[in-house]
Design a protein. Structure first.
Length: 273
């Protein structure tokens, strides 16, 4: 769940957006020092160019579904591992978009999802490694209005899809049938309302309602835990690369801000296809 200080920051952003107050561009105002204090308790950060990579389009086609990929750049001989990755969209009303906790034995090397971007902004990725240090990188994205963009699906369709989960499995031809590097994708039907979207009929703001936690595992071994917020796009979609332990099942458990819990389990294809 979001810390109280982050809730205050989010509430302030929602109020400014509701009042139509102009948001300063990344060139005019840099919120990052304040975010380091609020989200990371002013912990020192090291340049993470050789630790983690981030990929986002410089100019987004659709500010409500901006693709983002995070990739480990640690060498195979590096004895450290990435423990968490925090994705921060500096100019969003709720800047901490997601925090990813990587399973200790899962070998997660890449994570992709889709996010909302509300203003031209720097986007930071902060990796905490097993050595206790924080490593940071950033990129810049030109997009606006993503957090207030109307939902792509009508309310009735979105309601009917809430909690529906889909799973796709990918393997690499060079890997064995029950082990090796694999890719998986989990998609969850959910409106993930940001609280900034307006109902076109009532002209009232739709209350925030989103997936705030997702746990992925292979059998009982954690692969990835995601702490999410309003910046994750409608119908959350997580794709990741990990190392299979030969598990027969891949599991997902999601929780939203109204306390609903959604669970699903899929058989893992052992054929290597």
């Amino acid at each position: 769940m979001l810390r109280p200080s982050l809730r205050l920051l989010w509430a302030a952003g929602l109020l400014l957006a509701a009042l139509g107050a102009p948001m300063a561009s990344a060139e005019e105002y840099d919120p990052w020092p304040g975010l380091v204090q609020d989200i990371f308790n002013n912990r020192p950060m090291i340049d993470g160019s050789d630790v983690i990579g981030i990929e986002m389009p410089y100019r987004a086609e659709d500010a409500a579904i901006v693709p983002v990929s995070l990739r480990s750049k640690l060498a195979p001989t590096d004895t450290r591992r990435i423990v968490t990755i925090t994705l921060v969209i500096d100019q969003n009303p709720s800047p901490m978009a997601a925090r990813f906790a990587l399973g200790a034995d899962a070998g997660v090397s890449e994570i992709s999802t889709r996010v909302r971007v509300n203003n031209y902004t720097n986007v930071h990725a902060v990796a905490e490694l097993s050595d206790g240090q924080l490593y940071v990188i950033k990129t810049y994205v030109k997009a606006s209005g993503g957090c207030s963009a109307p939902a792509a699906k009508n309310p009735e369709e979105a309601k009917a899809r809430i909690g529906q989960m889909r799973y796709r499995q990918f393997t690499r031809a060079s890997e064995g049938p029950t082990s090796g590097v694999r890719e998986a994708q989990v998609m969850i039907g959910h409106p993930n309302n940001s609280g900034l979207q307006m109902d076109q009929l009532t002209q009232l703001y739709v209350p925030a309602f989103f997936i705030d936690e997702l746990k992925l595992s292979q059998d009982d071994n954690p692969v990835l835990t995601v702490e999410g917020g309003i910046s994750i796009s409608e119908d959350p979609n997580i794709r990741l690369t990990y190392v299979s332990n030969g598990a027969k099942h891949f599991r997902a458990e999601a929780r939203d801000t109204q306390g609903h819990v959604f669970q699903h389990e899929w058989d893992v294809d052992q054929s290597g296809m």
